[in-house]
Design a protein around this ligand. Sequence first.
Ligand code: NAP
Ligand code: BLA
Length: 322
Amino acid sequence: MRVGIIGTGYAARSRAEALRKDGQVEIVAVVGRSPERSATFAAEFGAVAYFDWSSLFREQRLDLVFVSTINRDHGAIARAALEAGIHTVVEYPLALSLAEARSLVQLAAERRLLLHVEHIELLSGVHLLLRRELEGLGKLFAVRYITLTATHPAPDRWTYQPELFGFPLMGAVSRIHRLVDLLGKVERVSCQLRYDGPDLPQRYSSCYCTAQLSFANGLLAVLTYGKGDSLWCSQRLLEFHGQRGGLLINGEEAMLLRPGSAHPLETGSRHGLFEQDTRMVLDHLRHGSPLYVDTEKMLHALAVAEAAERSAQTQQVVRVEV
Ligand code: NAP
Ligand code: BLA
């Protein structure tokens, strides 16, 4: 199998290492902007360095491509890859607009090509634990999901540029997707966003985005995503409150809460998830074994992110398109 990788960052490197471990694929080309970084990366994996993805698709015959670059470019690259007849894997989010994402799903179906959107959060130990334990909590009442990253100084990275990262809950759509996978569809969203920093609107040094999600089953979830130098403590917190008990996940520590008792649970590691995703893609292409992302749920998560963006702009509660 002839494979290309678009990007030279953490996700791209994780892909390249996973592909090398497989041993049966040839990494033909790697695409990056910086000649030095791309050449070093490509040489390490026996590949050719390209500086733009359109010439790669024109010049090389590829069977499979990994789109592992900044979010702004995901949709356009995936479209070009599918039009060139290449099976395509995209790191989340598939595109920064729901309409574009839907159109790509349709294009892949028409061309009978794989379009797989990586959502490694579903493979994580925390998610498997949630799938196992949630039923035991009885009817769910309320959920809180908070991820804050305090960084001083704020990094000068694409993830702090709205145009490149997208609306915060779109770039970080894994949070919504995790909840949709566990809890079903969201009906209404209310969201607020605050950016801070001297270089707005091009880049921020802090962002704080908080959304209330009303699920079709009545459940209420509060989702908060923040990062940057105006925050002073980092936190990764997931709380599920049900009729018969609760589940509290704080960083790597999980607790099952019952009347009068608390049992610790194992959460497992956050490492090795890109490798697992890559292996599942190769197995799917070779043997037809199933992948793990449900296209409808993936699109619904994008619809919720888009509704959150509209709510933050209009200060209104927004109904999610079904
Ligand atoms: P990263 O390490 O910061 O790498 C960013 C990549 O984008 C580099 O390959 C960079 O390559 C390229 N790039 C192109 N245009 C750029 C620009 N204008 N500014 C900065 N970089 C630019 O990011 P990453 O964590 O690998 O994320 C890549 C994708 O994976 C994102 O869509 C992200 O949402 C997704 N993802 C990442 C993780 C994770 O654990 N890191 C998990 C899930 C999903 P050149 O500089 O060589 O062009
Ligand atoms: C998700 N991690 C992400 C994303 C980015 C980063 C851009 C996608 C957007 C988002 O959901 O926030 C970037 N993560 C980083 C950076 C560090 C980091 C720069 O931890 C710096 C250390 N990702 C890693 C590393 C691990 C990792 C080293 O870069 C391993 C522990 C895991 N990142 C990881 C996972 C996700 C993610 C599991 C999926 C998000 C989720 O679980 O919701």
